[in-house]
Design a binder for this molecule. Structure first.
Ligand code: GDP
Ligand code: MG
Length: 201
């Protein structure tokens, strides 16, 4: 059975993350947590690749549409449509434009609770509401209201897999087996070894 330390998640530094010169800062956050970088590359994604990325979960269109409609109503606003699939179609068009506008950095990070911890330090989807101390909370100032009124995707610097199932599918979508490196990081000893033998001389 796989150990906790074998959990992997996909992170993408989106075009705005690169353009804002935040690549080092973003990588530093995941690195300092104790996660291990097992795959990394710079690519300019195609529209097809991005569409597949977001629709990899067959439920994503419905869930995102419903969540977005609820978001509008909670704020006392009228959603652009009552049909979740129509709402998502618009979001997806924006994402395809945003995510193909320039190079992105795709990465796979490995470690105990990698999926949940990466989401935690990445922060909530909408930068206006993301917690202070998170990447999306500290380094960008976008909101759904502004991005919707300007007819574009919300710019939130990073994508991170949301669940085990998503992580597994997304990693396969972005990386071939050969592009992921199995190796030992010396610090894993202090993070995971049961007995800390050999520290004292
Ligand atoms: P993530 O996993 O935190 O990136 O968020 P989701 O998977 O729920 O959504 C993916 C993308 O869809 C986000 O990065 C946004 O661009 C867009 N999105 C999600 N929810 C909303 C919303 O309520 N309004 C708008 N305008 N876009 C949204
Ligand atoms: Mg998501």
């Amino acid at each position: 059975m796989a150990h906790y330390k074998d959990e992997r998640t996909l992170v993408i530094i989106k075009p705005d993350g690169l353009q804002r010169s935040l690549v080092g800062e973003i990588i530093k956050r995941y690195e300092q947590l104790g996660l291990k970088l097992v795959g990394v590359k710079m690519v300019v994604p195609t529209e097809e690749h991005i569409e597949k990325h977001y629709t990899i979960d067959p439920e994503w269109r419905r869930i995102t549409g419903e969540k977005t409609i609820k978001g509008y109503k909670d704020k006392g606003l009228t959603p652009p449509s009552e049909d979740p699939f129509e709402v998502t179609a618009k979001i997806l068009r924006g994402l395809m434009k945003y995510m193909t506008s320039g190079p992105v950095i795709a990465m796979v990070w490995q470690g105990a609770h990698a999926i949940e911890l990466v989401r935690k330090i990445t922060g909530g989807t909408e930068p206006l509401k993301s917690d202070v101390g998170t990447i999306r909370g500290d380094y960008v100032l976008d909101s759904y209201q502004m991005s919707d009124s300007d007819g574009r995707s919300v710019r939130n610097l990073v994508h991170a897999s949301g669940s085990k199932d998503e992580a597994e599918k997304e990693i396969k979508h972005w990386f071939s087996k050969e592009e992921l490196i199995n190796y030992r990081l010396i610090q894993e000893q202090i993070l995971y070894d049961v007995n800390l033998d050999g520290l004292l001389e």
